[in-house]
Write a protein that binds this ligand. Structure first.
Ligand SMILES: NC(=O)c1ccc[n+]([C@@H]2O[C@H](COP(=O)([O-])OP(=O)(O)OC[C@H]3O[C@@H](n4cnc5c(N)ncnc54)[C@H](O)[C@@H]3O)[C@@H](O)[C@H]2O)c1
Ligand SMILES: *[C@@H]1O[C@H](CO)[C@@H](O)[C@H](O)[C@H]1NC(C)=O
Ligand SMILES: *[C@@H]1O[C@H](CO)[C@@H](O)[C@H](O)[C@H]1NC(C)=O
Ligand SMILES: *[C@@H]1O[C@H](CO)[C@@H](O)[C@H](O)[C@H]1NC(C)=O
Length: 424
């Protein structure tokens, strides 16, 4: 049976073409496509159109009805780093998945990998849509029977969010707009269409600079950057929404996420323009690849054992496992809030050493003075999630996590290729 997508939302930017359950952007983005891909897409879309016009051949989409024993999870931001890894695990666990992503930062190549792994009808559907578009989101909820939502989609770079203090007003607006209000759109659609379970991607950035370490879920939240503030506001909106309702909510506050799929199918492929305010592992791999001349460690005089900052690095495989456990334990009328970290702080110096070992490259390291706004130590107390969800981090060897991620980086020098292309 053909698995085309009957429920596609019309993206603002143009008409969507449908191919094997996957939607592409037409019109404006066309220039981004490799010629042969356009040709393939158009030909397939034509076939689908022809088939669609003969009613006897089209049957109701399996995505549009609840099926006993099958959990249909909406994964927002599923073309991104963490969302794609979560989708892979959920598919492996026999769930039915709909990914909604506007590809502003995700990659169609990741969707392609997921589809290759799970080509069967009714397993995976990709819908290109912007969560800021309430009408489109509502249509998606009207046409699909979701059992749960994992909400990953966000503009997720702390560095970028603190970039330009003179334009802070604009930065704040952008973050509130793209994180906080999009979450509200998702919540309203969930309420309108009676979808009760939400797993939300939050962050340790909502805690700001706590005086006491480790950070527990009781640590007061006082975010210091636009990203952390927007995420905290989204949490608050979720809490208010779920009050006096039978929603089942799990809020997971991640620490610093590293690693990638141990089988090398997926990786982290941020936009080139974001690399500079990207994350430490990205910088380490870029240095190993020679894309940047070396690493700059900012601050060697913090009050820590070796003078460099301490962070808590959580492997994406463990993080995804926490989502699966959260989904399994979500209870109507209850909110669970959990830190997802290893509980063990690692210094930047340790990280850099692990990176050198993982890549086998003698990366050049420059030690500079502190960067304003960095705090010395951040690490989690993960005992609540261990107690309540029976989750603990398993991949706690920095070098191994980095090695896994490095294998993918080194064999995918160009990431997934062009973000909107299917070639990798
Ligand atoms: N990576 C980390 O270290 C980390 C730490 C704490 C929390 N988080 C949270 O985890 C989530 C996922 O982060 P990630 O690292 O995978 O980021 P990412 O940028 O790789 O993925 C985000 C995805 O969301 C999509 N998206 C963004 N805005 C959208 C919109 N309006 N409509 C539809 N799709 C949209 C992007 O295209 C992208 O595919 C985020 O919510 C982030 O705040 C990440
Ligand atoms: C976020 O929203 C603002 C509008 O408030 C927009 O200008 C900006 O481009 C958006 N996208 C990102 C990636 O920040
Ligand atoms: C996609 O989402 C981002 C972040 O919310 C937003 O800035 C951007 O305008 C959206 N793009 C499209 C094409 O919908
Ligand atoms: C907790 O997890 C471990 C390891 O996955 C498992 O062996 C054990 O049975 C679990 N315990 C409970 C109470 O579910």
């Amino acid at each position: 049976m053909l698995n085309f997508n009957r429920n596609r939302a019309q993206p603002r930017a143009g008409r969507a073409l449908s191919l094997g359950g996957m939607d592409y952007l037409d019109s404006k983005r066309k220039s981004n496509f490799v010629g042969k891909i356009i040709l393939a897409a158009v030909l397939t879309a034509l076939c689908i159109l022809i088939i669609k016009q003969s009613p006897s051949l089209s049957s109701p989409s399996p995505f549009s009805r609840h099926e006993p024993g099958v959990t249909h999870v909406l994964v927002t931001g599923g073309a991104g780093f963490i969302g794609s890894h979560a989708a892979l695990r959920l598919l492996k666990d026999s769930h039915r998945i709909t990914i909604v992503d506007n590809l502003s930062r995700g990659n169609l190549g990741a969707i392609k990998v997921l589809r290759e792994q799970f080509p069967e009808t009714g397993r995976l559907q990709f819908i290109y849509a912007d969560l800021g578009d309430a009408k489109a989101v509502n249509k998606i909820f009207a046409e699909n029977a979701f059992d749960a939502v994992m909400h990953f989609a966000a503009v997720a770079y702390v560095g970028e969010s603190t970039l330009d203090p003179l334009r802070m007003d604009w930065t704040f607006r952008k973050y509130y707009h793209n994180i906080t209000s999009n979450t509200l759109v998702v919540l309203e659609a969930m309420a309108a269409h009676d979808v009760k379970t939400l797993i939300y991607s939050s962050t340790c950035a909502t805690y700001g600079e706590p005086e006491k370490m480790p950070i527990t879920e009781e640590t007061p939240q006082a975010p210091i950057n636009p990203y952390g503030k927007a995420k905290k506001m989204a949490e608050d909106i979720i809490l208010d929404f779920s009050r006096n309702s039978d929603m089942a909510v799990m809020i997971l506050r991640y620490f610093n996420v590293i690693g990638s799929d141990p089988e090398g199918r997926l990786g982290e492929a941020p936009r080139t323009e974001l690399r500079e305010h990207g994350r430490i592992s990205g910088a380490c791999f870029d240095a190993a690849l020679g894309v940047i001349p070396g690493l700059k460690v900012k601050g060697t005089d913090y009050k820590t054992a070796d003078g460099t900052c301490i962070r808590d690095y959580i492997d994406v495989t463990d993080l995804v496992d926490a989502h699966v456990k959260a989904l399994g334990k979500a209870k109507p009328g209850k909110v669970g809030i959990y830190n997802v970290g290893t509980g063990k702080g690692r210094s930047v110096r340790e990280f850099v050493d692990a990176c050198k070992k993982a890549t086998g490259v003698e990366i050049k390291v420059e030690y500079l003075s502190r960067r304003p706004g960095d705090y010395a130590e951040v690490y989690s107390d993960p005992s609540k999630i261990r107690r309540e969800l029976n989750w603990t981090a398993q991949h706690t060897d920095l070098k191994e996590s980095l090695q896994t991620a490095w294998r993918w980086q080194n064999s995918h020098r160009n990431g997934y290729g062009s973000p909107l292309a299917m070639d990798s």
